[in-house]
Design a protein around this ligand. Structure first.
Ligand code: SAM
Ligand code: SF4
Length: 334
């Protein structure tokens, strides 16, 4: 369907929504300290959207003018038959960008199928290159598998590929330059993300502490020439710098120090089909309930447009040691 004013999504603050993040599972093979507690209770399977339901929701959004979908989780690539979903999404008329965010542990098996399905953008999380630290940060992860996954993805030549690193004070702040060197050597983009206080997460009982983007920028700027990009390319929360000497772009995602709400262009759908209007607020409606009650595509579209009117102007995060939003990142789809 051609997009028209009547089919596009615009909220009360004139923000045009053209990007949806779909969480396909709340489960994960890792237990990253900043994302999950060690002991997690996951959703019962019947509460999680089926692959057919996910594909239908995606189709409705694309008809409403959404041009970019990101599949995330939890770890999306541990969901059984997830490549079927990618193939359906990749075939949606009007979709310009199909993205996935992954911890990389399953990429050796899946990279080629993702590329063949039409995935254009792949973000791989990597917070350190030290195997011991990697294990401590992810609690269960194996660095060798992730590095092999990154190489498998590189071999597929995805049009856009980015490393995502969450930097925590007193933990992996010393890894910033080696992670950047890793990205430079492979001509990959890299984004450093300020840790967000979501859910009750801690490391050995101590609250986690984010490292501000301007500190990361100063560390990198002392070693590398950087040129800031004039305007964010996708209206997203990352600001980008071109690093001298190669194609690598440095992204900084700063929910604390840079409020990016004014240009927010996105919605999230959780694994159980809750439409989240804002990561930092609890406004939501259940698309799953509507689907299971027999709503047509037109009714789903109307429910989405109505819900959008409740999208708040801004998110508000509490102090780092007092998480305000009691939802883990794996449940809200990163
Ligand atoms: N499992 C996949 C992965 O790790 O890439 C996809 C889901 S994960 C929730 C998506 C992104 O959110 C990852 O890059 C992860 O590092 C980031 N993330 C998780 N918890 C976070 C937090 N509390 N603050 C900031 N970023 C976080
Ligand atoms: Fe899993 Fe990703 Fe959360 Fe780590 S950040 S626990 S890999 S969902």
């Amino acid at each position: 369907m051609q997009e028209t004013a009547a089919t596009s999504l615009v909220d009360r603050f004139q923000r045009r929504i053209n990007y949806v993040r779909l969480s396909v599972t709340d489960r994960c093979d890792f237990r990253c300290t900043y994302c999950m507690a060690e002991d997690m209770t996951f959703l019962p399977r019947r509460d999680v959207l089926t692959l057919e339901e996910l594909a239908r929701i995606a189709r409705v959004f694309v008809r409403l003018g959404v041009a970019k979908l990101r599949v995330t989780g939890g770890e999306p690539l541990i969901r059984r038959d997830v490549c079927q979903l990618f193939r359906q999404l990749g075939a949606l008329d009007g979709l310009e960008e199909l993205a996935v965010t992954t911890n990389g542990s399953q990429l050796v098996q899946h990279a080629a199928a993702l590329r063949a399905a039409g995935v254009t953008t792949i973000n791989i999380s990597l917070d350190t290159l030290d195997p011991g630290k990697f294990r401590a940060l992810t609690r269960t992860g194996n660095l060798t598998d992730v590095l092999a996954g990154i190489e498998a993805a590189r071999a597929e030549n995805f049009p856009r590929m980015r490393i995502n690193s969450v930097i925590l004070r007193g933990n992996n702040e010393d890894d910033v330059l080696s992670l950047l060197d890793f990205a430079l050597a492979r001509e990959l983009d890299i984004a450093f993300i300020e840790e967000m206080p979501l859910g009750q997460v801690n490391l050995a009982g101590k609250p986690l502490e984010f490292v501000a983007s301007h500190d990361i920028l100063a560390t990198i700027g002392s070693r590398h020439g950087l040129r800031e990009e004039a305007a964010p390319r996708h209206g997203g929360p990352a600001r980008y710098w071109q690093v001298d000497g190669g194609p690598t772009r440095l992204g900084l995602i700063s929910p604390h120090s840079n409020n990016f709400c004014a240009s927010c262009n996105r919605l999230r759908v959780t694994a159980e089909g809750q439409l989240l209007l804002c990561l930092g607020n609890d406004h939501a409606i259940s698309l799953r309930d509507l689907l299971r009650d027999g709503a047509t595509d037109a009714e789903l579209g109307e429910a989405i447009r109505t819900a959008l009117m409740d999208k708040p102007e801004q998110h508000v995060f509490a102090q780092p040691d007092q998480p305000q939003i009691m939802r883990f990142m794996n449940a809200s789809g990163g």
